[in-house]
Design a protein around this ligand. Sequence first.
Ligand SMILES: [Zn+2]
Length: 429
Amino acid sequence: MTYEYMHPADQLLAVMQRIYDRKMTTTSGGNLSIRDAEGNIWITPASIDKGTLTRRDIVCVKPSGEIVGIHKPSSELPFHASVYRQRPDLNAVLHAHPPGLVAFSIVRTMPRLDLVPAVGKIVGKTVLSAYAVPGSEKLGEIISSYFNKGYNVVFLENHGVCIGDRSIFDAFQKFETIEYAARLEIEARRLGAVRPIPEETLKTTRNEGGRLPSFRPEKRSAEELAARRDMIPFIHRAYDQGLIISSFGSFSCRLPDGSVLITPSGADRRLLKPEDLVLVRDGAAEEGKTPSESLPFHRAVYAKKPDVSAVILAKPKNLMAFAVTDTVFDARTIPESYLLLRDIRKLPLETLYRDPEGAAAALSNPVPALIFENDSIAVTGETILKAFDRLEVADATAHSILLSRPLGDIVHIHPEEVDEIKRVFNLTD
Ligand SMILES: [Zn+2]
């Protein structure tokens, strides 16, 4: 169900549940609100356990000021209300203190949003506001003055973030993306200097391609329906394991007739259903749907690699620490990592956007995965399970390397030992 059909209280519950489950707030911290079509503000209650919130706990504040509900509204109601007064275009406000962002907030700085193109596109303009005590009029005035100037994301010194958006799900996407950027930068800076994307390079990532022609599928094959059914649990699992977030990560499968089933552009990955996946056949997309912007790369891989039937492009934060720094990612850590990832290479970001065929060509056998600088990792497989396994192994390997930093220098598996692995596991190249 899309949020337009959900009651405001249910929307708040759904988003708060995700924030809490993903450890981006504590039981007492953070508050969310929605302004409905009548001007009522639906807001999370003060001092109620976020882990067991129900629909009845949500408070409704009428335009007259009358409060309807069994609890008091959040103590931050004044700043939510003042944001709505300043900005008739915003219908949702989200405030929380996720740990990655708080790390920046307590050193009074903001995470970089220019390490990965998708982050800047989703989050937009941000500002760091001066400290003021929570719930105070002063804090409300500071926050609403920035919203009045057109900012939709305000970082708060020694506190957290306040986000306004058209819907609470859009606000959540920004929020999750900001926390991703914060965690990514922290991981990357353990490895060395981070490499922001120059403005010139960023331009090459803007999608200038027109829409694909569309077609109406007549009958759906059993293979297509099976692929729809089988892809969704992997997309949800990737989300639940933190390998993708709501706003990025594309998955595709090639069907036996050569058509491709791919994730749609923009949609919240955790809410995807089998019917949301987009069928692409003979250069045309199923009518009424927009395939992921990375479709040209997925198609180029299928054209070059007849043995591949599944492709995933994702930005898991441990692996991405290597993509946004000059640190080499070497999978010769444990045999299992090497077996699945082999001699993984990094390619410049522009290749993905401007030369997908060239990028796909770099996946020559036996290379099953590639890192695109500042953008993503591409993993392939004969099945969606095998591609997913590679994604998991890539991020877990990166995680181990990051964890090993305080322990000493990594001893990679030696070339002779690599030869032995190839012999034992019957690798032909
Ligand atoms: Zn707060």
